[in-house]
Design a protein around this ligand. Structure first.
Ligand SMILES: Nc1ncnc2c1ncn2[C@@H]1O[C@H](COP(=O)(O)OP(=O)(O)OP(=O)(O)O)[C@@H](O)[C@H]1O
Ligand SMILES: [Mg+2]
Length: 241
């Protein structure tokens, strides 16, 4: 297990965040006043039952979705007053996102996928391939650079997706069950990579259903019915398991 090396500089701040979805059956209150502070360099697991609001919470941090009320600041940016376009631009430079299903573009090779985010931030084109290759070496698979996603395993696809998420050197890496669709060995490789990134100063927030994995992450936050649980309650349950 690694120690949290957060340095007390807030990088993610949610204040009284509420999210109400409009559904056919009426308004659905999914986040019920979330306060969350995460410091630079922290490694945080988000756990909780299915439907409790974990993905919704994560989408507030990435700006993929916006709260109904409350404030969100991430990487020195207030998100709640930005246009959708401005958020997308900001995200491309500051936040890497990894999902359960790897979401690589099937018509591009692995290295082309990794280079994709660099187009949007204007990385000098001569540099893109070099940087993408470095990232593929970091995730330990330079040999599959020119293959297509369909030609590599699920674990390799996920590591390629992580390389892509790191393309612009984001301060914050956010994963929604990034190991959820992987076998134990591949999940272990991804987790080891996250530990390396954290030790180099990246802030990581990941949703996981895997209690064993969560037990290895220095800070665990539990969502229950749209609220974050008090720490004493979480600690008791982790000890009791
Ligand atoms: N776009 C949406 N419109 C309406 N309701 C939604 C929307 N997205 C999520 N919900 C509802 O909000 C609640 C929380 O969903 P969310 O996806 O955040 O849960 P979760 O904790 O990530 O669950 P899981 O572990 O199954 O991924 C659920 O009741 C879900 O049906
Ligand atoms: Mg979810």
């Amino acid at each position: 297990m690694i120690m949290s090396n957060g340095n007390n500089k807030s990088v993610i701040s949610l204040q009284n965040v509420e999210k109400i979805y409009k559904t056919k059956a009426g308004p659905l209150r999914v986040l019920k006043g979330i306060d969350l502070e995460i410091n630079e360099g922290e490694f945080v697991a988000i756990v909780g039952p299915s439907g409790s609001g974990k993905s919704t919470l994560i989408n507030m941090i990435t700006g993929i979705d916006r709260p109904t009320s409350g404030e969100v600041h991430v990487a020195n940016q207030r998100l709640t007053n930005l246009s959708e376009n401005a958020v997308a631009k900001w995200r491309g430079r500051n936040v890497g996102v990894v999902f359960q299903f790897f979401q690589l573009l099937p018509t591009l090779t692995v290295i082309e996928n990794v280079m994709m985010p660099m187009h949007y931030v204007g990385t000098f084109s001569g540099k893109r391939k070099e940087r993408a290759m470095e990232l593929l070496e970091l995730v330990d698979m330079p040999d599959v650079a020119n293959k297509y996603p369909s030609q590599i395993s699920g674990g390799q696809q996920q590591r390629a997706a992580i390389a892509r998420a790191l393309a612009n050197n984001p301060k914050v890496l956010v994963g929604d069950e990034p190991t959820g669709n992987l076998d134990v060995v591949s999940a272990g490789l991804v987790f080891a990579l996250f530990e390396d990134l954290v030790s180099e100063g990246t802030t990581i927030v990941m949703v996981t259903h895997d209690r064993d994995l969560a037990g290895q992450i220095p800070r665990v936050e539990e969502v229950r019915d749209g609220k974050l649980m008090e720490h004493e309650e979480i600690d008791e349950r982790l000890v009791a398991r």
